[in-house]
Design a binder for this molecule. Structure first.
Ligand SMILES: NC(=O)C1=CN([C@@H]2O[C@H](COP(=O)(O)OP(=O)(O)OC[C@H]3O[C@@H](n4cnc5c(N)ncnc54)[C@H](OP(=O)(O)O)[C@@H]3O)[C@@H](O)[C@H]2O)[C@H](O)CC1
Ligand SMILES: [K+]
Length: 517
């Protein structure tokens, strides 16, 4: 799914109005009506007090359209205008008049703290104060209004995005933002719903279709994309009937050290489960027996050293290499790693201590070949890029790094973002159960396994991150967040593959009814 920038959203509105020969007021009517339908479908006329807080721009205008429709359908509505500026938009004013025509009175004007209404914990707040047009922090009294919302504990539904949240930067003061339970967003979700600094401002979100011009939606290139099942189905490579293990590549995993052999075992199992034809591990001698015993499917090559890697030489011809898992930071290992980077011509994934070694020897950045995949967690990313001011600054630095070295950065987090040059791909799967040791090693194994099978490094990264998260989403149903382990992610990877082709339950039921399954 494309994630449009705020400039693109404004352009889409304008183009839609032109092409469909409708006014911006009609587009606002559609937006407000979609919100009304969403609420009406769930509330079915229930008389819970609904407090609609409208700003003075078009977000406020959406709120007024919604409020009018709620009034028309007999809901218990309280309408307020948050009078924070004299500059009202045309469509706000049109709907302000329409409210008066409907209710025969003006909405309640809020000008300061003394005007705040009482809101009960079982009431509903609709936040239509600011949308994507916010360009400066709200006034102090408006901030206090947002805190009043939060203190009320009422269910808070934000229109388009929680007020006080910018579409393209991080707000400085978390008290100046509405903490929404649910956000109904137009056209596309907003990037801020997925970033660690700003995702807390809405628990859930949903996109409402307001009939924006299809050609515009299809043809506009976006910098950001949300990756879900639909995107993955288009890149999935089915298995051929007349294929053999040689068809699916030979993955080589390099890493491990005394006490950290588990990382390599998890990676190797992840690579096998991803579908690689052959897997070889290159590890220090102490890992030979554990690896052979736990992962009998994998072949094992060993370093001359017992406990760490000192010289990486082999006579196999891998189709993809994953390295760094549990590798340690010993100087001899660093030399071996550096030498390998200089000579390697095979598509490469660098993880964990591979990244840490690079970060310690920044001169080695120049050894990163184009299309190399790096999979840092937040701390490793900071070692690589230096510190950042906020998430937008982090993404800017990540894009610059990716551009400079033409590499793919898999920025791991609750919503992993894969960065390639100017593009950001946000993953939609995964859950807090993944916050446990070894899941990163499994991910590197899967990426390496997919590259070995012929996926391009960028596609392999996106698909691996998606499958890894999906597997955890399925496994968490059986294990819960706390007990989910990296091994479960491997065990459920097959389910994640199968889920790609699972029919939605509604469709399945319909087909069963018509005998069409
Ligand atoms: N396709 C769609 O998505 C549609 C979206 N709609 C809705 O429109 C808003 C965007 O509306 P807009 O009027 O551009 O912006 P806002 O309502 O967010 O803000 C209005 C103005 O408020 C001023 N402003 C900005 N920050 C502050 C502040 N801190 N305090 C006071 N005032 C502020 C600013 O104007 P200035 O001239 O004063 O700078 C804003 O322009 C979108 O989010 C949707 O909800 C359409 O209804 C339908 C199509
Ligand atoms: K809002």
């Amino acid at each position: 799914m494309k994630i449009f920038s705020k400039e693109q959203i404004y352009k889409g509105d304008q183009l839609t109005a032109e092409k469909q020969n409708i006014s911006s007021t009609e587009l606002m009517e559609r937006a407000g009506t979609q919100i009304f339908n969403w609420i009406h479908q769930r509330m079915q006329g229930a008389q819970v007090p609904i407090h609609v807080f409208c700003g003075i721009g078009n977000n406020g205008g959406d709120g007024l359209v919604l409020a009018r429709q709620l009034v028309n359908y007999g809901y218990n509505v309280h309408i307020y205008v948050v009078n924070c500026s004299e500059k009202r938009t045309k469509d706000f004013l049109i709907n302000y008049d329409r409210i008066k025509e409907t209710t025969k009175k003006w909405p309640i004007m809020l000008n300061c703290e003394a005007d705040f209404p009482e809101i009960g914990p079982d009431d509903i707040i609709v936040d239509a104060v600011f949308g994507i047009g916010l360009n400066r922090p709200p006034n102090e009294w408006v901030k206090r209004l947002f805190q009043h919302f939060r203190a009320s504990k009422a269910f808070t539904l934000a229109i388009d995005l929680p007020s006080g949240l910018y579409a393209d930067k991080v707000p400085k003061d978390e008290n100046g933002v509405v903490w929404a339970d649910y956000t109904l967003s137009f056209q596309s979700p907003k990037l801020v719903f997925f970033l660690p600094d700003t995702s807390k401002y809405t628990r859930q979100w949903e996109v409402l279709d307001i009939g924006i011009d299809l050609e515009f939606l299809q043809q506009t290139e976006t910098e950001v994309e949300l990756i879900g099942k639909n995107e993955m189905l288009t890149i999935y490579k089915p298995r051929e009937k007349f294929s053999h293990k040689g068809t699916y590549g030979h993955a080589l995993l390099i890493g491990g050290s005394h006490g950290k052999m588990g990382a390599m075992i998890l990676s190797a199992r992840g690579t096998m489960a991803s579908g690689a034809g052959l897997v070889t591990t290159f590890i220090p001698k102490c890992g030979y027996i554990p690896m052979q015993s736990v992962v009998p499917e994998a072949m094992v090559l060993t370093d001359a050293d017992d406990e760490k890697l000192t010289s990486i030489t082999f006579d196999i011809e891998p189709t993809a290499v994953g390295m760094g898992m549990g590798m340690g930071l010993d100087q001899k290992t660093q030399h071996a790693f550096q030498k390998f980077l200089k000579s390697n011509e095979v598509p490469l994934v660098i993880d964990a201590d591979g990244i840490n070694l690079l970060a310690k020897h920044k001169d080695d950045f120049k050894l990163i070949k184009p299309q190399t995949v790096l999979t840092p967690h937040p701390k490793e990313l900071e070692r690589l890029l230096g510190s950042w001011k906020d998430d937008f600054d982090k993404l800017k630095k990540a894009k610059a790094f990716s551009k400079k070295y033409k590499c793919i950065l898999v920025v791991k987090d609750a919503h992993t973002i894969t960065v390639f040059e100017d593009k950001l791909y946000i993953n939609s799967t995964g859950n807090p159960g993944l916050a446990t040791g070894g899941t990163g090693d499994v991910l590197t194994g899967i990426i390496t396994g997919l590259i070995a099978q012929g996926y391009e490094p960028l596609t392999a990264s996106l698909f691996a991150v998606y499958l890894h998260g999906k597997s955890a989403d399925i496994a968490v149903e059986d294990y819960g967040y706390q007990s989910l382990t990296a091994s479960h992610v491997i065990d459920y990877l097959g389910q994640a593959y199968l889920d790609l082709f699972a029919k939605p339950q509604v469709q399945q039921k319909q087909e069963e009814k018509s005998g069409n399954s």
